[in-house]
Design a protein around this ligand. Structure first.
Ligand SMILES: [Zn+2]
Length: 326
């Protein structure tokens, strides 16, 4: 008898502070259907898991049913692929260690994998984006924080505890700016959104040059980029200084793992050449001499939520256990 029960689809879930996006993805990586809801509306994890399982079930039932779904993959901030828990996320409302994959599996009755958002982002770039065909590359996501993950020998390098690639919390300046992680001088405090605005403020204090930045109450990296386009010298200098730090931090990273490319993603990467040109210059002046000029800087061409849902679907295909009851 011909068996007709091969499961050809998975569900990819991308969790961030602003929203949770779910997609049904088929074996070719085509998105069949998506849905999303506001994560922050569910500050209690029990309510959140109820909402997430309802969202997934509705999506699945309206698009072919559970007979077609093999498993679920989740991209989560501070997610640990090895334990399938969200572990002490500084930004999400749920504190402590959250066994999210197990909680969801108990509700849905199908296998659930979970990875951290940087790891999933690298999987997304590897299968569907700029990392396609590369065996060694780094992905850096720049926004409110700096997240990173890297592929080595064609595989995501996770580390003993699943937290490899945390370049955002490597020490760049001895006894430097205080970081949200409790340490000082982390790369993130100079190159994530708040750090860039802080650098802009320092520059405005250091000089009396006129600047459009002086006229706005709530300065953002996006506004600073706009002012660069309008030729504002202090705005340009803000990204030049930020680029110097970014290039230095990434040079230390690259000197250890020797990547073919560094792929940039996230809101800050939208500053484009204003940030990346000085970063590239600083990178090459600090990196190990034999790889100087060889590491490509690439801005990701994929939309963030889309890539991360696809990356989560890659994770779902890698689940070892098969669905339990369905
Ligand atoms: Zn830190």
């Amino acid at each position: 008898m011909i068996q007709n029960n091969i499961k050809t689809r998975v569900v990819g879930v991308d969790i961030s502070l602003d929203k949770t996006s779910c997609a049904i993805v088929d074996i070719r990586g085509d998105i069949i259907a998506t849905d999303s809801f506001v994560s922050a509306d569910y500050p209690f994890i029990g309510d959140y898991v109820s909402m997430l399982s309802t969202c997934i079930s509705k999506l699945v039932e309206n698009n072919g049913g559970y007979e077609t779904i093999r498993s679920v993959g989740i991209s989560a901030p501070s997610g640990n692929f090895r334990t399938c828990c969200i572990e002490n996320s500084p930004n999400m409302p749920w504190k402590g260690v959250i066994p999210l994959a197990a909680m969801l599996r108990d509700r849905l009755g199908i296998a659930v994998a979970l990875g951290n958002n940087a790891h999933v982002m690298a999987l997304g770039e590897y299968v569907f984006g700029a990392g396609h065909g590369m065996r060694d590359f780094v992905v850096v996501s720049m926004g409110n924080g700096v997240g990173s993950s890297f592929f080595s020998n064609g595989k995501a390098h996770l580390g003993a505890d699943g937290f490899a690639g945390e370049v955002g919390h490597t020490c760049l300046v001895h006894d430097g700016r205080e970081c949200g992680c409790g340490k000082r001088g982390c790369l993130e405090t100079y190159t994530a959104a708040r750090g860039i605005v802080r650098t802009a403020r320092e520059l405005m204090e250091e000089s009396d040059k006129p600047s459009l930045m002086r006229k706005v109450e709530k300065l953002t990296p996006k506004l600073i980029t706009e002012f660069c386009e309008r030729g504002d010298e202090l705005a340009i200098e803000t990204y030049r200084r930020t680029g110097y730090y970014l290039g230095l931090g990434l040079a230390n990273y690259a000197s250890i793992i020797n990547p073919e490319a560094i792929i940039f993603s996230g809101g800050i990467a939208q500053a484009g050449h204003w940030l990346l040109d000085p970063a590239y210059e600083s990178f090459n002046s600090h990196v190990f001499h034999n790889i100087e000029g060889k590491v490509k800087f690439i801005v990701s061409g994929l939309e963030g939520h889309l890539r991360d849902m696809l990356g989560a679907s890659v994770l779902a295909w890698e689940v070892q256990e098969y669905s339990l009851f369905k």
